[in-house]
Design a protein around this ligand. Structure first.
Ligand code: SF4
Ligand code: SF4
Length: 131
């Protein structure tokens, strides 16, 4: 499906959850290193768990709880989270538009990691939720 959201490098260390606030299907997850579970909440910040997954340990170990992860199998491509006014650091792209760092690659205006190859995060998004 086109339009699946991918969270990339700039979220690392920012993780303000603004994208969580606009996702209608609670498919943006946080990793809890204490319980080793990926979870999303019914409403952002209310602590009531809507969905949870056991992460692939090797994949989640790369960045742990420093950024959020979209479950691409649950994302409906609604586009809400990657509208320009949502992520303060421009970290979210639709899968087809994740920039690869080559000359001419197009970055979000607010992306604090402009120029980097973000395509790693496409596979990471899948690997984190893989059995
Ligand atoms: S809005 Fe951007 S920085 Fe904030 S949690 Fe989502 S991807 Fe990360
Ligand atoms: S595109 Fe829509 S459904 Fe997918 S993660 Fe973003 S807000 Fe959620």
């Amino acid at each position: 499906m086109s339009g699946i959201a991918i969270i990339t490098e700039a979220c690392i260390g920012t993780k303000d959850r603004a994208c969580v606030d606009v996702c209608p299907v609670q498919c943006i997850y946080e990793f809890d290193p204490v319980t080793s579970v990926l979870f999303s909440e019914v409403e952002a910040g209310n602590g009531v768990i809507e969905n949870s997954h056991a992460p692939n340990p090797d994949a989640v170990a790369i960045f742990g709880d420093t950024l959020l992860y979209v479950n691409v199998d649950e994302c409906t491509s609604c586009t809400a989270c990657y509208q320009p006014d949502i992520c303060p650091v421009g970290a979210i792209y639709s899968e087809e538009k994740v920039p690869d760092g080559t000359p001419g690659a197009s970055y979000n205006a607010e992306d604090t990691s402009k120029g980097h190859d973000h395509t790693f995060f496409i596979q990471l998004s899948r690997d984190v939720f893989a059995d």
